[in-house]
Design a protein around this ligand. Structure first.
Ligand code: HSE
Length: 431
């Protein structure tokens, strides 16, 4: 059988890693396929791999249009622009596409999958979610015959690194963010990571596959880690929790709920001990139960290995539909009504005066919110002191009302902060 002919668009970290893998005699890639062309803006820039043997295209769409290229690997990034143009060009003419571009797939996945179905091409994106961790395949293949109830994961290595370092070293958010950028995991604009958008792209893709719906990025509720302070991390720790940016999708009676937000996890939660830049995903499906996938979520080797895995699926003719099913069989994701219930962590910065605790608990009681744990400790520098508490299970709407009333108290010096407590492993599905 003739070898698949591959064109690689984008020769940054992941592109370089992929070319190294092609050059590695121990990898099976070279038995099944060969790189025939590459595309990057600057031919002269030094790179990790020797690219002089390949045809060169400055314009990735021009490379994608070449009739002798069977597969275009898109590693440029960005939801629009050259990446989209190259992918569309390839799919229109029936060439397969393998991409690591989560923004592109989350934003334009439906139209791209339609182009692929029309031409008979495959669109594969294991590398777009979780770096080297096989999250897309787990959902598309391993639990394909199950009913997925919920997925929850740590999908952004930069945020996980920042929160882990803050906890273990006591350094500030801004200080640790600089290190994360140096490590090469962070997106070009750090807001994409710390604002939760990168994780939201990944969650929208995973939920589409898990729940058999069209990707629905617009309805992921997104909150970043910018407001998490060292005080939160220390006091949550004293209450038995660790703070993580959690991406969570759940199939409920009313539809699909998707959130990316910082949350408190009990120390024995399966995601609580995923540290540094690692990624992880817990899938809860019937009848298999809970499955947990853990590994390196970004960087040259892990992401290139996911690209290679998709390429092997193409070479061995086992690639399936982009989102696991033909588009016609994907439902529009019905939106759940905002009836969220759960346990919540509340942090108030207050003037240290008699009666403050009584005033706060009175307003919580007014909304029938019962306090589960409560802590005031002098760990904060400055005129205000933190009071933190966790609630028993209650309606989010009641928490919002109580917090608004508490914020109006003259003694409260900055906007209160609310984070959910992630359900325990046993109660992983929404209550
Ligand atoms: N910026 C991403 C992260 C890289 O920090 O996880 C992988 O998508």
């Amino acid at each position: 059988m003739s070898k698949l002919r591959v064109g690689v668009a984008g020769l940054g970290t992941v592109g370089g890693g992929l070319l190294k893998l092609f050059a590695d005699e121990r990898s099976r890639l070279h038995e099944k396929m060969e790189v025939v062309a590459v595309s990057a803006r600057d031919r002269g820039r030094s790179r990790v791999a020797d690219v002089s043997a390949y045809r060169w295209f400055a314009d990735p769409a021009e490379m994608a249009a070449q009739a002798d290229i069977d597969v275009v690997v898109e590693l440029i990034g960005g939801a629009d622009g050259p990446a989209k143009a190259a992918v569309e060009t390839a799919l229109r003419r029936g060439a397969h596409v393998v991409t690591a571009n989560k923004a592109l797939v989350a934003t334009h996945g439906v139209e791209l999958a339609a182009l692929a179905e029309a031409s008979g091409a495959k669109l594969l994106f294991e590398a777009a979610v979780g770096g080297g961790v096989p999250m897309v395949k787990a959902l598309k293949e391993s639990v394909a015959g199950c009913r997925a109830g919920a997925v929850a994961g740590i999908l952004n290595g930069t945020c996980n690194f920042i929160l882990t370092e803050m906890e273990s070293t006591g350094r500030s958010f801004d200080d640790v963010l600089k290190d994360a950028q140096k490590m090469g995991y962070a997106e070009a604009d750090p807001t994409t990571d710390v604002g939760g958008f990168d994780a939201a792209h990944k969650l929208a893709i995973l939920c589409a596959i898990a729940f058999g719906t069209r990707p629905d990025l617009a309805h992921v509720r997104i909150e970043g880690i910018e407001r998490v302070t060292l005080t939160d991390i220390r006091l949550a720790g004293k209450l038995g929790f660790r703070i993580k940016l959690i991406a969570r999708g759940a199939s409920t009676d009313g539809g699909v709920e998707m959130h990316v937000r910082p949350a408190l996890l009990a120390f024995d939660h399966p995601l609580a001990n995923i540290g540094g830049s690692l990624n992880a995903l817990v899938v809860d499906a019937e009848p298999v139960g809970q499955l947990t996938f853990i590994g390196r979520g970004a960087g040259e080797g892990p992401t290139a290995s996911s690209v290679a895995s998709d390429l092997m699926d193409l070479a061995e003719d086992r690639a399936s539909f982009a989102f696991g099913k033909p588009l016609a069989r994907l439902a529009d994701a019905p939106r759940a009504a905002p009836t969220e219930r759960g346990r919540y962590y509340l942090r108030f910065m207050v003037g240290d005066r008699p009666g403050v605790v009584a005033a706060i608990s009175e307003r919580l009681a007014h909304e029938e919110i019962s306090i589960e744990s409560f802590l005031q400790m002098p760990v904060h520098e400055g005129p205000a002191v933190p009071i933190v508490l966790t609630t028993q299970t209650c309606a989010r709407a009641a928490v919002e009302r109580a917090v608004k009333a508490i914020e109006a108290l003259e003694v409260v010096v900055e906007p209160p902060y609310v984070m959910p407590v992630e359900p325990s492993a046993r109660a992983f599905r929404p209550s």
